[in-house]
Design a protein around this ligand. Structure first.
Ligand SMILES: Nc1ncnc2c1ncn2[C@@H]1O[C@H](COP(=O)(O)OP(=O)(O)O)[C@@H](O)[C@H]1O
Ligand SMILES: [Mg+2]
Length: 528
């Protein structure tokens, strides 16, 4: 009896295949009806394209397919991979992760019971790849260490440990006021062209001399920008420990949407091996826009600002995968969000601010007045990073923050031209110098010991006597002096060791002797 039913079903399957191979509309309609009625068991794994538009395909059949699975459309030219995002009663919606020019209604789709996976491994380091791991540079094919699923659950609470190791960015303003630790998620937020990407790039450049690997995920960026970043990394010899994952503006919304998940999946491979990884998502605003586009095309209801209701979950499940694990592996995430007219209260910025452990807020006004990196000390915070901050720097960061805040409060008075009392004048003079001191060119990271010494000299008043515009010259000369004389002083290494107190006498002697020499050698005497 059972045998009979099976052979009858087989015959039916054959019949439907031969009907469809003629590929005319009439037959498709008959086939569709039969598929909808689930008459054929073969259609548990095979479906048919019913419509295709804007990178979205509607499918019927494949009654066992699941959300997040990849299916393949068989076209005359190749197999085209799609990701299933909608599973409805009689219809499946999937996004095409490839060019959709050859996809037509009536083509067969095969489900292979696999969730979306990307290649991972050391072979990806130093390469520019697309989200699915295909190389887009000219360095030949990639032989990867196997595949890893793109959507997996974030590491459990048990396997995590609090942030305890600093991730030095080499930027004076970030390392002192808004310190970042391995495993942290720190948002970089600001208007366009305020130096967001530059901060992330500096952080990558500063990992050159330690064993932190970096993954730069470009979402909706210009190809020329990605090429420029690759060139800078190559020139500074940092590309070899970096993966550039590019879903540029010319790529489909589907590829832009999956890009950050693919990036973090690649990072997880290294994290599970006990290595430290820094991942940059540049930027999540464009990611949200690509998801909005897909959701609207999949006919999901729009919510606030047109974004689908699950946009928060889209970003939170991505950023939750950043972690500091007990096995000493970690993923540090630096997501970037672009604001319009500094409006941080818009939907996506508020979402991502609430998911992350702090934000570096970049101010357009500061940027145009030449204070770059344009980090606003008042609006930027790091909620967990100070637990991992270098102790010597932590000691000074407190007074730096306080003096900058006091300066901001009284700064306005200078513009009114009032006569000020001595204390206020001194506060303003110090504030101007401190602000000047935190200015830094991009692509020029400063080592931790130099940062500590420079900050020490400013906070102890060594810079108070010089005109504010001499500060950069002083800085350069001081750093040169320190590099040359480092062997004369028992400082090398000691400043950057955690839990180490500042060797105050030595530092004082070093700073004092240099400042004196600088004062005499420069023609400041004449100016004074
Ligand atoms: N610290 C800096 N000093 C000088 N110029 C900078 C600095 N940071 C960024 N820039 C310049 O500002 C421009 C915009 O920077 P970018 O990082 O691309 O901004 P965003 O990513 O916010 O759009 C770039 O041309 C870059 O050269
Ligand atoms: Mg940018």
């Amino acid at each position: 009896m059972a045998k009979k039913t099976l052979s009858a079903e087989k015959n039916k399957d054959k019949e439907i295949l031969s009907v469809n191979s003629k590929n005319n509309n009439n037959n498709i309609t008959i086939a569709r009806k039969k598929i909808i009625n689930k008459e054929y068991s073969i259609f548990k794994k095979i479906g048919v394209v019913t419509s295709v538009a804007d990178g979205i395909v509607s499918l019927i059949g494949m009654s066992t397919v699941a959300y997040g699975e990849t299916v393949e459309i068989i076209t005359a030219q190749s197999k085209i991979v799609c990701l299933v995002l909608n599973v409805e009663n009689q219809k499946i919606g999937a996004i095409i992760l490839d060019a959709d020019t050859h996809v037509k209604p009536g083509q067969y789709v095969i489900s292979r019971d696999v969730l979306l996976s990307v290649p991972t491994g050391e072979a990806l380091l130093g390469r520019i790849i697309d989200p699915l791991g295909k190389p887009v540079d000219d360095k030949g094919p990639i032989v990867s260490r196997g595949y890893r699923m793109v959507e997996i659950i974030a590491p459990s609470i048990i396997s995590r440990t609090p942030v305890n190791l600093p991730l030095e960015t080499g930027l004076k303003v970030v390392d002192s006021i808004i310190p970042i630790g391995h495993g942290q998620r720190e948002l970089i937020i600001g208007d366009s062209k305020t130096g967001k990407t530059s901060i992330a790039l500096d952080a990558i450049l500063n990992q050159k001399n330690n064993d932190t690997l970096c993954i730069y995920v470009a979402i909706g960026q210009k190809r020329s920008s990605v090429a420029r970043i690759a060139k800078v990394l190559e020139k500074k010899d940092c590309l070899k420990s970096t993966i550039i994952l590019a879903a540029t503006a010319s790529e489909s919304a589907a590829l832009q949407f999956v890009a950050p998940y693919c990036g973090v999946a690649m990072a997880e491979y290294f994290m599970n091996l006990g290595l430290r990884v820094l991942v940059i998502y540049d930027d999540l605003t464009k990611h949200a826009i690509s998801y909005r586009q897909l959701s609207l095309l999949l006919r999901r209801p729009p919510g606030r600002e047109g974004y689908p209701g699950d946009i928060f979950y889209v970003h939170s499940r991505l950023l939750e995968r950043a972690a500091n694990l007990l096995n000493s592996g970690s993923i540090t995430a630096l997501p970037i969000v672009e604001t319009i007219q500094s409006d941080v209260s818009a939907y996506i910025p508020t979402n991502v601010i609430s998911i992350t452990d702090g934000q570096i807020f970049l101010d357009r006004e500061l940027f145009s007045s030449g204070i770059r990196p344009a980090v606003s000390p008042g609006l930027s915070v790091s909620r967990v990073g100070s637990a991992a901050q270098n102790n010597a720097l932590k000691g000074m960061a407190g007074s730096l923050k306080l003096e900058l805040a006091q300066f901001r409060e009284v700064e306005g008075f200078t513009k009114l031209g009032f006569a000020l009392d001595d204390a206020t004048t001194q506060l303003i003079e110090r504030g101007v110098r401190l602000t000047r001191l935190l200015v830094q060119k991009h692509n020029k990271p400063v080592s931790m010991d130099k940062q500590i010494l420079f900050l020490y000299s400013a906070l102890r008043g060594y810079l108070d006597w010089m005109p504010a515009n001499t500060v950069p010259r002083f800085e350069q000369a001081f750093f040169d002096f320190y590099s040359e004389s480092v062997y004369n002083y028992p400082l090398e290494g000691t400043l950057s060791i955690k839990n180490n107190k500042l060797p105050e006498e030595v530092v004082h002697y070093l700073v004092y002797s240099f400042t004196e020499g600088f004062f005499i050698n420069s023609n400041l005497f004449v100016n004074a």
